[in-house]
Design a protein around this ligand. Structure first.
Ligand code: TYM
Length: 328
């Protein structure tokens, strides 16, 4: 069975974008792959987080993974900070990567734009090398991510290939898996920008644990064009196309089916249907989340997951240290 690996940072509130671009894929794919899904909490501290909030978001993320349908029998779920081999390999990879390639990472460029050099952590800069370690430590074949993370998986491939050429065949070269529907969910108020958990405009973003009625209002108030036709055209009709993507992904209908279903409807009717779909999705997810967070399931799952993750990672790290000359 091929191996799948991915993770999410527990910073900010999780959004519908995280769900459709990432979590939904993890759930859909877990039957076909040996899956490893982790909480990327080491990545979270590339920017400052309040300690209690970080811990809460860490637990919430695991509960959301489970509430969304990740099955611990099929998917190993673990906490990155509990597996030191990630840091160990991260350092080796950092020493086998170049400033030139990190300078080309568009996410770093975006996040550091207009900030003084004294306000950007070194961790934010080198984090793609830790992400590469997360992936190749497990010989992952496939890495499901939204489109914004594709460049980091491509960097991972380059680093792994370079390492293999220099030290001999060691790592599998992973493939990114980008969903056809949901690769990038856009902000509801500014539909050319990614829906983001750190976005300043809360009206543009639906978070997974928010009041479903508030989410309804946000969908009803989403920015659209004025031609009143439900047609998918990301270039010219980004707002309505974004809502179509959301509806299509949540209802498991294709975009063509959505177009047919609403060909005689106006934007008001269509928005109501999207809002209802989102509301039902949130109610369902949140009721499962609540049961999980009130139980001891998060700890049980993490305790189990870390054992398997460590065993695999340790064997790979020993091999790497041996090849690099870091053993006696
Ligand atoms: P993060 O935490 O920013 O995002 C987690 C996942 O959610 C996807 N995503 C979106 N997809 C569609 N539309 C959106 N608006 C949207 N916003 C976020 C992201 O593409 C991602 O798949 N570096 C990673 C975490 C990470 C990781 C890894 C991922 C660390 N190590 C190893 C895969 C493999 C990150 O910051 O994702």
């Amino acid at each position: 069975m091929k191996r799948l690996l991915s993770g999410i940072k527990p910073t900010g509130e999780l959004t519908l974008g995280n769900y459709l671009g990432a979590i939904k894929q993890f759930v859909d794919m877990q039957n076909d792959y040996e899956s490893f899904i982790f909480v990327a909490n080491l990545h979270a501290i590339t920017v400052y987080n309040d300690k209690e909030e970080l811990k809460k978001r860490t637990r919430d993320l695991v509960a959301i993974y489970l509430a969304s349908g990740l099955d611990p029998k099929k998917t190993t779920i673990f906490l990155q900070s509990e597996n030191n081999y990630h840091n160990n390999l991260g350092w080796v990879l950092e020493c086998n990567s170049y400033i030139g390639e990190l300078n080309r990472m568009t996410q770093f460029k975006d996040k550091s734009k207009n900030k003084s050099a004294n306000a950007i952590t070194c961790g934010l800069y080198t984090y793609p090398t830790l992400m590469a370690a997360d992936i190749i430590l497990y010989d992952a074949d496939v890495v499901p991510v939204g489109i914004d993370q594709k460049q980091h998986v491509e960097l991972t491939r380059n680093i792994a290939e370079r390492f293999n050429n220099r030290y001999g065949e060691t790592f599998k070269i992973p493939e990114p898996f980008i969903p056809k529907t949901g690769e990038k969910i856009y902000d509801l108020q500014n539909p050319t920008k990614k829906m983001s958990k750190t976005e300043d405009n809360p009206k543009g973003c639906i978070t997974l644990l928010e009041d479903p009625d508030k989410a309804v209002k946000k969908i009803m108030g989403a920015v659209t064009d004025s031609d009143n036709q439900i047609k998918y055209d990301l270039q010219n009709k980004p707002g309505i196309s974004n809502l179509m993507t959301i509806y299509s992904a949540l209802s498991n209908k294709t975009i063509a089916e959505v177009e047919t279903e609403f060909k005689d409807s106006n934007y008001g009717t269509f928005k109501k249907a999207v809002a209802e779909e989102v509301k039902q999705f949130l109610i369902d997810l949140q009721s499962k989340y609540q049961k999980i967070i009130d139980s001891n399931m998060v700890d049980t799952v993490l305790d189990e997951g870390i054992k398997k993750a460590r065993t695999i990672a340790q064997a790979k790290l020993n091999e790497v240290y041996e090849k690099v000359g870091l053993s006696r």
